[in-house]
Design a protein around this ligand. Structure first.
Ligand code: ADP
Ligand code: MG
Length: 708
């Protein structure tokens, strides 16, 4: 090995590394595994706390970039920066979403101003950082004094301004200066750092080799060093995910659903029975899905489609192919309203009476249910549509081959996968093909991490002839009067309207009460001349179904609703939506709601009541594109709260940070693919270190979305 300090991948010399006063003795082989000595029990405890138990770990403890440290007043919205601040107050707040730990919110300040910071998933910080604690926070500044933290450490010492010494995250009993001294002592060992990446890959991605990256990092060239270590992390996760997926595909069998010999049900249906032409995206998705299910291994595909992009048709194509091959298919939806609607739509889109189909929900009468279960078990029923009722133990299929999970993010992992166990054949060796569908777009970075073991297909194109929806923000009495007049205009022209009542988080009962009051008021006053109908989650299902039927048939002009209409409801003649207290909803929920209009040939309008200065609402009124909104959402809320984040274990990354490292993630994904194509089990000699690194990283980095 070359004994002089090496250059980085792009050939930049390591000038700074040479300035360090470390004696570059050639270290012994065991050097990396040794335990560094920090001198004293307190310091050793601090080191333990930081995980600095071997020289190797110590060398991966990169300093933070001091040059980026800013005063609060100098922060610029959207930028990554480090601030050194003091805690003024700190408290925790419960999170609405189930299973999530409380948020910790702190008010911090320096001599130039104060910041509001939120820590996700670390409730213990309230105790760890009491008022008066000095903190180094690294993260991004998001305007209006909010700071999104990606890493943090208490300052165990006052940091003098202007000195050029590397600054390390410290701990109680162990200062940055002490760490620096010990790093210097062991720096030479960096040359022995094993490099799991084959040289060929490093060269292609212009990444530094490990020894150079570590030396450069401690010499202050942080970004290339951090990138190199972040790339490792991301690559391990992607390798793990892709191998898991490959193994599942190999080991599990699924029915081979080939095109039928004569009179192809699916082809005929698409060509002759559908009242419209498929969009290009739909066509591609149908052919990918049909390709998947023609293989003998289970499909696990996520169909991510813009609201109104027509996902149902793609699902139906797969279900019909199952039936054509003598198998059964099931479609599971998160709500009864949605299941009812799917059932009606499918019956409508279905080719003649050829396919026996039934609906099974919690409110299916027991006699009917018994009859239905009998027909499922005997194979007489081809397609069943339903809710969670489908996954109950006594629901047995004769030949289940295709499962569709609509709005899959509404289900827990266990529910999503429960239908897998109902496939034909010995348990554990045969699984059905599964199509997961979602209209809540997941930014690609999150999709690659959280759903890395699913194949992803996107539907972005909307059916032809759809008019974009205009969204207006409104507040005050004048706006309100104008909004109702606008709605009446639409109604007089024969269109229909939704009025969405304020979200009441505390209880369904309160939400129902608020909606009922609004319904009373509107039907007596603003819409006295029209047919107004109420729908909320607390109504008996038969009544809900009747309300939806009336609206769908056009008998009802105005539907006053709670968020029960959030997903899936499809009435193309509805062209106006009024949303009350829109600021209470999240961006993706707003987008879902708005997706109920703009489904037909007429121009649609969405009117949102809420504070005009709301960042979220202004983004909502600017963008119609769900993918764009999901990205904005990620920026506004921070990664911790988004779907997929928890499953992806993103918080466990030490060097990578999302979404900033999205591009690095793409490269890691690509590399993982290429490596596995050549060597699926990482058995080649040059891949052995990589395999070991993946195995070490597993568990600490990732919990899979779909159990392997
Ligand atoms: P989503 O993706 O939101 O679930 P749906 O599958 O409910 O969308 O489809 C929305 C509406 O668009 C339905 O009324 C459906 O019949 C209609 N639709 C689907 N595909 C097309 C198409 N290619 N052309 C015209 N209308 C379509
Ligand atoms: Mg849908």
């Amino acid at each position: 090995m070359d004994k002089s300090p090496r250059g980085l991948g792009d050939g930049e010399p390591l000038a700074k590394a040479q300035l360090l006063a470390a004696p570059l003795r050639w270290p012994s082989e065991k050097a990396l595994a040794e335990r560094p000595k920090f001198g004293g029990r307190k310091a050793d405890e601090g080191a333990e706390h930081l995980g600095l138990t071997t020289v190797g770990a110590l060398l991966e403890h990169l300093p933070r970039d001091r040059r980026e440290a800013r005063t609060v007043a100098a922060l610029v919205a959207g930028e990554q920066a480090t601030v050194v601040v003091e805690v003024r107050s700190i408290s925790s707040r419960p999170v609405r979403r189930r299973g999530m730990r409380p948020l910790v919110e702190a008010l911090v300040f320096d001599q130039t101003g104060s910041l509001q910071v939120t820590f996700f998933n670390q409730p213990w910080l309230v105790k760890k950082y009491p008022p008066g604690t000095r903190l180094v926070l690294h993260g991004s500044y998001e305007a209006r004094n909010r700071f999104r933290v990606s890493s943090h450490a208490p300052t165990a010492e006052e940091i003098g301004a202007g000195d050029d010494v590397a600054h390390y995250a410290a701990a109680e009993g162990l200062s940055s200066t002490q760490i620096l001294a010990v790093v210097r002592e062991h720096l030479a060992a960096a040359r022995l750092a094993p490099d799991p990446l084959p040289g060929r890959l490093r060269a292609r991605h212009r990444l530094a080799d490990m020894p150079s990256a570590l030396l450069a990092g401690h010499a202050g060239q942080l970004e290339p060093a951090r990138q190199r270590l972040a790339f490792n992390e991301l690559l391990y996760v992607q390798l793990d995910l892709l191998r898991r997926r490959a193994r599942r595909a190999e080991e599990l069998k699924a029915p081979q659903l080939a095109p039928a010999q004569e009179g192809d049900l699916v082809g005929d249906w698409i060509a002759q029975q559908l009242p419209f032409e498929l969009t290009g995206d739909q066509e591609r998705a149908v052919s990918v899905v049909l390709g998947d299910i023609a293989r003998g291994h289970p499909m696990q595909r996520l169909l991510m489609g813009e609201v109104g992009s027509g996902k149902t048709v793609v699902a139906l194509a797969a279900m019909l192919r199952a039936v054509a091959n003598g198998y059964q298919a099931a479609l599971m939806a998160p709500t009864e309203t949605l299941a009812n609607q799917h059932f009606a739509t499918l019956a409508e889109l279905m080719p003649g009476q050829a396919v026996p189909i039934a609906l099974l929900t919690g409110s299916t009468p027991s006699a009917r249910r018994r009859d239905l279960l009998g027909k499922l078990a005997s194979g007489e029923l081809g397609i069943v549509v339903g809710t969670h009722a489908l996954i109950e133990d006594d629901v047995l299929f004769s030949r289940l081959a295709v499962v569709v999970v609509d709005e899959q993010h509404r289900f827990g992992v266990r529910q999503r996968t429960a239908l897998d166990a109902k496939a034909v054949g010995p348990a554990g060796s045969v699984a059905p093909h599964v199509l997961h569908m979602t209209a809540t777009p997941i930014p690609r970075t999150l999709a690659l991490l959280g759903y890395g073991d699913l194949d992803v297909t996107e539907l972005r194109e909307l059916p032809k002839g759809r008019e974009p929806i205009a969204t207006h923000l409104a507040s005050g009495e004048r706006d309100r009067a104008r909004a109702y007049e606008r709605i009446r205009e639409e109604l007089r022209a024969g269109r229909q309207a939704y009025v969405v009542c304020p979200l009441v988080e505390e209880s369904e009962a309160l939400a129902a009460r608020a909606a009922s009051a609004e319904y009373e008021r509107l039907s007596a006053e603003e819409f006295a001349d029209f047919n107004v109908q109420l729908i909320h989650g607390q109504m008996p299902s038969a009544q809900k179904a009747e309300a939806m039927r009336g609206f769908k048939a056009g008998d009802v002009d105005v539907l006053v609703a709670t968020t029960v209409i959030e997903v899936g409801v499809d009435v193309p003649n509805a062209t106006v939506m009024l949303i009350e207290n829109a600021e209470r909803y999240g961006l993706s929920q707003l987008h879902q709601l708005r997706g109920r209009i703009g489904r037909g040939e007429h121009v649609s309008v969405c009117i949102c009541f809420g504070p005009k200065e709301s960042e979220r609402l202004s983004a909502f009124s600017t963008w119609n594109d769900g993918f764009k909104l999901a990205e904005v959402d990620l920026q506004i809320r921070g990664e911790g709260e988004l779907i997929g984040t928890r499953q992806s274990g993103m918080a466990a990354f030490r060097f990578a940070s999302m979404p900033e490292d999205g591009e690095l993630l793409e490269r890691a994904r690509l590399s993982a693919r290429e490596i596995l194509e050549a060597d699926p089990d990482l058995l080649l000699a040059e891949h052995v270190p990589l395999r070991e690194a993946v195995e070490r990283a597993r568990g600490s980095l990732l919990a899979p979305t779909i159990p392997a």
